[in-house]
Design a protein around this ligand. Structure first.
Ligand code: LLP
Length: 469
């Protein structure tokens, strides 16, 4: 290779430099290459992180995460004249450090289970937020919330996004029993199609989430009668990993129509939640809009829809998950063995796979990789990156060009911050990896690697099964 020629990994870094929106970049914004030709993130040499913390390792770049958060927050301040609140869809990755960082950026939280509510509350308490600051910014979602989860939400005074009749009736009963009121938003199914994987499309009519149009007036009439239920807003979400802006534009009109109807019913609505869904760049060919363009589209569409219907601007809530956290994180693996099938395929195995990243096997998701200790090496072969699980489908990436690799090299899969740790499993009794937060040369462990003892912690062995009984 001529000295002036750039390797593919260098080109990823260079092309990323022109994109200031984290969701449009392949690598975290602090990614550079040091004089050892190693990948550096947050001022830390990725191969050295693996030596220190082991692999697989999730490496989360604080600066990228804060940049996404501030672009969302500041975008709404710039393009929306009313009040706004960005809430992070915790399902993308809920852990104490992420909650703490985002809260310090003024972000609130969409939680979908008692576990996410507990994690968020605990992290905020430990970060020094007051009870009122905490409850104000948490919204509980879910299409089948348990009574325990609803009670937890009522007691902690967070807001509840109500999904269906059973939930509404249960809430009416619980709040009356407790003589305690609750603030709710009604989730509706907007009937808007978008181009994404079927499993992550939620806004079309055939969806398990939310009330259908023909149920809504009954819902409005019901909540109006319940003195402990304050219906303060409406919610809709159309899907995830969306590259088009038009569906978000259309959603504003649908929501504003129902907002007006609810006001006409006498419900004192003040909040409009447009969901999340902005896509990110997983591979070079992905071309999502920037965070700022998305925010601008949503803000302008809601403003226009409200003006057309003579509505005062509601508090606008957006709940991004993937685009907040995905490209802030990479997963570093250690390269293991290879299997060459002549004229067919070369498999290169790594020490993780579908248990730390179930997205390829679940959604056929595509990813990009770099070799962290060979950042200036040119691509030399086409390989298939295989995970270590006992399943033929455990393939992280099919047919990708990479430099020559040897066992022990550090292979890094990009953009693994969203829906990777949060969907990780212990398949094959493999412990979940550790996660480190990197910033300006400092690396802090934020999630411990699961040990063998962790794997058996929940197991119980009835004494009658032991040899001496
Ligand atoms: N709000 C609601 C009500 C949602 O259902 C979701 C995602 C979000 C917000 C956040 O959407 P985002 O900004 O992340 O696109 N496991 C799948 C993604 C499932 C998304 C579920 N809902 C994946 O790995 O692609």
């Amino acid at each position: 290779m001529l000295l002036t020629e750039k390797s593919t990994a260098e080109k990823f870094i260079l092309s990323s430099e022109t994109n200031t929106s984290p969701n449009q970049r392949l690598l975290p914004i602090t990614a550079t290459i040091n004089d050892k030709n190693h990948l550096v993130i947050g001022g830390c040499d990725v191969s050295e992180l693996v030596t220190q913390f082991g692999s697989p390792l999730y490496i989360l770049d604080e600066e990228t995460l804060r940049t996404s958060a501030s672009q969302y927050r500041d975008g709404f301040k710039e393009f929306y004249a009313g009040e706004s609140q960005v809430i992070y869809a915790s399902k993308a990755w809920s852990c104490m450090a992420i909650v703490s960082i985002l809260a310090s950026e003024g972000i609130g939280f969409d939680v979908v289970s008692g576990g996410e509510l507990y994690t968020t509350t605990k992290a905020l308490e430990m970060s020094g937020f007051t009870t009122e600051q905490i409850s104000n910014k948490i919204y509980l979602h879910g299409n089948n919330k348990s009574v325990t989860e609803l009670e937890l939400a009522i007691d902690s005074e967070c807001k509840i996004i109500v999904d269906n009749w059973l939930e509404l009736e249960t809430l009416a009963r619980l709040t009356a029993e407790k003589q305690k009121s609750v603030n709710i938003l009604i989730r509706l199914t907007p009937g808007i199609e978008c181009h994404t994987h079927d499993y992550i499309r939620t806004g079309s009519i055939d969806s398990k989430f939310g009330f259908d149009a023909n149920q809504l007036e009954g819902v409005f009439a019901f909540v109006k009668e319940k003195s402990f239920i304050n219906c303060i807003g409406l919610h809709a979400h159309i899907g995830s990993q969306i590259f088009e802006l038009q569906p978000h534009n259309d959603l504003a009109g649908v929501l504003a129509d129902w907002f007006k109807k609810a006001l006409d019913y006498g419900l004192p609505l003040t909040e409009l939640n447009v969901g999340g869904g902005l896509g990110i760049r997983y591979t070079e060919s992905d071309d999502p809009p920037s965070i700022t363009d998305w925010v601008k589209t949503v803000a302008q569409a809601v403003t226009k829809a409200c003006e057309e219907r003579n509505l005062a601007l509601p508090k606008l809530i957006a709940e991004p998950g993937r685009s907040m956290v995905a490209t802030a994180c990479v997963t570093a693996y250690t390269v293991g063995g290879r299997k060459v099938i002549p004229d067919m395929r070369t498999y290169v195995s790594v020490d993780g796979g579908m248990s730390d990243n179930p997205r390829p096997i679940t959604y056929q998701s595509l990813y990009q990789v770099v070799i962290a200790n060979k950042m200036r090496s040119e691509n030399a072969e086409t390989v298939t990156i295989a995970g270590k699980h006992c399943e033929s489908g455990d393939i992280l990436i099919k047919n990708i060009e990479i430099p020559d690799t040897q066992p022990g090299d550090t292979l890094v899969v990009l953009a693994t911050g969203a829906y990777n740790y949060s969907m990780a499993s212990n398949y094959n009794r493999i412990g979940r990896p550790a996660a480190v937060l990197v910033n300006q040369g400092e690396a802090n462990l934020i999630i411990r690697r699961e040990t063998y003892d962790d794997l058996v912690r929940q197991d119980l062995l009835p004494s009658r099964l032991t040899v001496n009984n």
